[in-house]
Write a protein that binds this ligand. Structure first.
Ligand code: PLP
Length: 427
C-alpha cells in the first residue's frame, strides 16, 4: 500500500482480504488461538514464527488497524494501546529505565505532563522541561549524560503551541537519542512528523482518528530510522539480551525497522497488558476510513470560528495557529500547510461571570471534557477541569477564568458561528 496516496491509505491500508474473506476487518473476538502441536506454538513463543497465541500480546483486528496507522505516518511498524496515556507511557518506558532522563517540551497535554513529572519520577526517571520556543542553545543545554529521549506534541493540547519538529530532531540526534512526537491533534492527514525527523510517533486515537467520541485508544508508530545499535551503551533494553524473553537481543534480531515495536509488544504489553479491545480497534478503523474527509472540514470550521471570534468586542484574544499574527502561524504553515486541527481557544472580556453566562447560552456546542469529535464541544477550564485553582493560579497556568476552548466539529460553520454569536450577545 505504501505506493498509494494518503486518501487511499486511510480507506484501504492495513487489510487486504483474500478470496471469499470478509470485506470489512473482522472483529476477532477471541482471547486465544488454537494450534495442532506444542512445537507449532513454541515457535511463536520464541518469536521464530509469526502468528497469534493470546490477545494480550497480539490480535489480528488490532494488527490490521495498527498497520494502517503505521502506513499513514510513514513508519515501519505500529501497535495499538488501550489509551493515549498508555501509548506515551509505553513509548517512553520502552527506552528509559531507572536512572534515565527525558527532555520534554513544557507545552504538552496535562495527563502526559503528570505521567512524566510525577509517576515516572517514582520509577527513578527524571525530566527537564523546555519551552517549545526555546533557542537551540537552551535546548542543547537541557541534555544530560543520561538523557535517553526527547518528547513533544505537534500541536499541544490545550495550549495550541506548535512544535518546531526539525529543531527538536536536530538536538535529539546531535545527542544520539530519538525524538518522540505526539501527533494526536493534526493526525497524519495534516502532518507527518517522521518526514521532518521524528523517530517515533504516538497518538491518542480517542481524538480525531476515532473522531466520533466512541472509543478510547492509543497508537505507537516507529519510523524504523533510529539506529539503536549505534548507541548500544544507552539502550541496554534494546541492545543486550532480554533474559525475560529467551535472551533475545531485539535490535539484533529485528533490526532498526522492527526492534522498538517488537520489544514494546513482547515485553511491555506482556507485562502491563494495556491492550485495545478488538471491538474498539474496529470502531477506530471506521474513523480512519473517513479521516482524510473529516480533517479538512474540522480545519475549515476551526478557521472560520477563529476568524469570527477575532472580530467580536466581547472577545479579548483568540488562540488559533491558523490566524495570521498568531505566534505559531509561520511554523504551523511550514509543518501543516493544509491546516492543523479544529480546536480554538479564546478569552472573554468579563472573566468568570462572562464565561459562565456564555456557556449556559450555548445550544449546539455541548459542554464536554473532550475534543476532536464530530460534534462541536466547549469547555471553560476555570469552572470545570481547573476549578480547584484560585484566580491567581489560573493566570499563572495560562488558563484565565474567562478562557473557553471550543473543538469545532463537522456541522455547518454558519450554524456554529450563529450559536457562538447568540451566546456572546447574551453576556
Ligand atoms: C487526549 C490526549 C492524550 C491522552 O489520551 P487518552 O486517549 O485520553 O488516554 C495524550 N496526548 C494528547 C495530545 C491528547 O490530546
Amino acid at each position: 500500500m505504501s505506493e498509494y496516496r494518503m486518501n487511499t491509505k486511510c480507506v484501504q491500508a492495513g487489510y487486504t482480504p483474500g478470496n471469499g474473506e470478509p470485506r470489512q476487518i473482522p472483529i476477532v473476538q477471541s482471547t486465544t488461538f488454537k494450534y495442532a502441536t506444542s512445537e507449532d506454538m513454541g515457535k511463536l513463543f520464541d518469536l521464530e514464527a509469526e502468528g497469534y497465541f493470546y490477545t494480550r500480546l497480539q490480535n489480528p483486528t488490532n494488527d490490521h488497524v495498527a498497520a494502517k496507522i503505521a502506513e499513514l505516518e510513514g513508519g515501519t511498524a505500529g501497535m495499538l494501546t488501550s489509551s493515549g496515556q498508555a501509548a506515551n507511557f509505553f513509548t517512553l518506558f520502552n527506552i528509559c529505565e531507572c536512572g534515565s532522563h527525558i527532555v520534554a517540551s513544557s507545552s504538552i497535554y496535562g495527563g502526559t505532563f503528570n505521567l512524566i513529572s510525577v509517576t515516572m519520577a517514582k520509577m527513578g526517571i527524571t525530566v527537564t522541561f523546555v519551552s517549545p520556543d526555546c533557542s537551540e542553545e537552551e535546548l542543547n543545554a537541557a541534555f544530560q549524560e543520561n538523557t535517553k529521549v526527547v518528547f513533544g506534541e505537534t500541536i499541544a493540547n490545550p495550549a495550541l503551541t506548535v512544535l518546531d519538529i526539525e529543531k527538536f530532531a536536530r538536538a535529539a540526534h546531535a545527542h544520539g537519542v530519538p525524538l518522540v512526537v505526539d501527533n494526536t491533534f493534526p493526525t497524519p492527514v495534516n502532518c507527518r512528523p517522521i518526514e521532518w525527523g521524528a523517530d517515533i510517533v504516538t497518538h491518542s486515537t480517542t481524538k480525531y482518528m476515532d473522531g466520533h467520541g466512541a472509543a478510547v485508544g492509543g497508537a505507537i508508530v516507529d519510523s524504523g530510522k533510529f539506529d539503536w545499535m549505534a548507541h548500544a551503551d544507552k539502550y541496554p533494553g534494546l541492545c543486550t539480551p532480554d533474559e525475560s524473553y529467551h535472551g533475545i537481543t531485539y535490535a539484533e534480531k529485528f533490526g532498526k525497522e522492527g526492534a522498538f515495536i517488537t520489544k514494546c509488544t513482547a515485553q511491555l504489553m506482556r507485562d502491563f497488558g494495556s491492550i485495545q479491545s478488538p471491538q474498539n480497534a474496529f470502531l477506530l478503523n471506521l474513523g480512519l476510513e473517513s479521516l482524510h474527509v473529516r480533517m479538512p472540514r474540522h480545519v475549515e470550521n476551526g478557521q472560520a470560528v477563529a476568524e469570527f471570534l477575532q472580530k467580536q468586542p466581547q472577545v479579548k484574544y483568540v488562540n488559533y495557529p491558523g490566524l495570521p499574527g498568531n505566534p505559531y502561524y509561520e511554523v504551523a504553515q511550514k509543518y501543516m500547510p493544509n491546516g492543523g486541527c479544529g480546536v480554538v481557544s479564546f478569552e472573554l472580556e468579563g472573566g468568570r461571570t462572562a464565561a459562565e453566562k456564555f456557556m449556559k447560552e450555548l445550544k449546539l456546542a455541548a459542554i464536554e471534557t473532550h475534543v476532536a469529535d464530530a460534534r462541536t464541544c466547549c469547555l471553560n477550564p476555570a469552572t470545570s477541569t481547573h476549578r480547584q485553582m484560585t484566580e491567581e493560579q489560573l493566570i499563572a497556568a495560562g488558563v484565565p477564568s474567562g478562557l473557553i476552548r471550543v473543538s469545532c466539529g463537522l456541522e455547518d460553520k454558519e450554524d456554529l458561528i450563529a450559536d457562538l454569536a447568540q451566546a456572546l450577545a447574551a453576556i
